[in-house]
Design a protein. Structure first.
Ligand code: 13P
Length: 289
């Protein structure tokens, strides 16, 4: 089927209480592994790209890969732009077929963040494209932006209400998770998440999924996190699987380590989708549309 917006996908997930995995891809092989994983267990899936990845390959190339992969599968696939601070990049991606975008103005003052988010909604609404916005500051490194522990701060639930009234596909509240591997167990602000959850039916995005415990995932999903982001784990399996294959076989046939890389990533994506409760939800979604 064609690529779809993540908006109805995430509304269905929040209603039914499961999470849709959102996996950052870096090339065609990783994109193919994510889509095939979802297909194998009949799950909806979000394929997301960082701005850095868009700049590396160019938006038309990535849009073309994903359109082709989605058309060949029967599970719903959304193509999402992760953490984008620039309107021109959003417009480029929309022209190349992205069906969802994140405007990340979380480092701006509250009013500016809200205004920019509304501006993106004005552009995307007529196109049926889903929008994600963030409030608070999620720690760690994403693309080339580093948010130190001292600068990371939690979402303010009162201010978050203004975002949850917008027609967003998903809202990303900073609740104490961080991008990258955790050096110690993160302190998750479940109290704030619960306050948000009780006040809105808006689905939430859980950033910094790599390294979170199953208990954290399950509690966050119960409290409305319908989009679960995984990037760092896949970056590691992308590199490690290729290198380990070569170290073991010492061959110079690139398609073989690429095959090993595909298998490892697909396996890990299947595990994550199962953990978030997405298995078998692709057809459900079809019925709800
Ligand atoms: P991790 O890199 O920690 O998995 O976080 C991914 C993410 O939130 C992307 O926006």
């Amino acid at each position: 089927m064609p690529l779809i917006s993540m908006k109805p996908m995430l509304a269905a997930a929040r209603r039914a209480g499961y999470g849709v995995g959102a996996f950052n891809i870096v090339d065609y092989n990783s994109a193919r592994a994510v889509v095939r994983a979802a297909e194998e267990i009949r799950a909806p899936v979000i394929v997301q790209t960082s701005v850095k990845t868009v700049k590396f390959w160019g938006a038309p190339a990535i849009g073309g890969w994903l359109r082709e992969l989605a058309e060949k599968t029967r599970v719903p696939v959304a193509l999402h732009l992760d953490h984008c601070t620039r309107l021109d990049v959003i417009v480029q991606c929309l022209a190349a077929g992205w069906t969802s975008v994140m405007i990340d103005a979380s480092d701006k003052p509250f009013e500016e963040n809200l205004t920019l988010t509304k501006k993106v909604l004005e552009i995307t609404e007529p196109l049926g494209v889903g929008v994600e916005a963030e409030l608070g500051a999620i720690g760690g490194v994403e693309d080339d932006r580093k948010v130190s522990d001292a600068d990371a701060h939690l979402v303010d639930p009162e201010r978050a209400a203004a975002f949850c009234e917008l027609p967003l596909a998903v809202f990303a509240p900073a609740i104490g998770t961080a991008h990258g591997y955790y050096k110690s167990a993160p302190k998750i602000a479940f109290d704030r998440l619960e306050t948000l959850f009780r006040g809105t039916s808006m689905p939430f995005a859980l950033h910094g999924g790599t390294g979170l415990s199953d208990e954290v995932f399950q509690r966050c999903i119960q409290l409305g996190c319908a989009k679960i982001n995984i990037s760092t784990q896949l970056k590691h399996s992308f590199i490690d699987s290729f290198v380990e294959y070569h170290q073991a076989k010492k061959e110079y046939e690139p398609l073989k380590p690429l095959g090993a890389q595909f298998d490892r990533m697909k396996h890990e994506v299947i595990e994550k989708i199962r953990q978030f409760g997405g298995e078998g939800r692709g057809p459900d979604y079809e019925l709800e549309r």
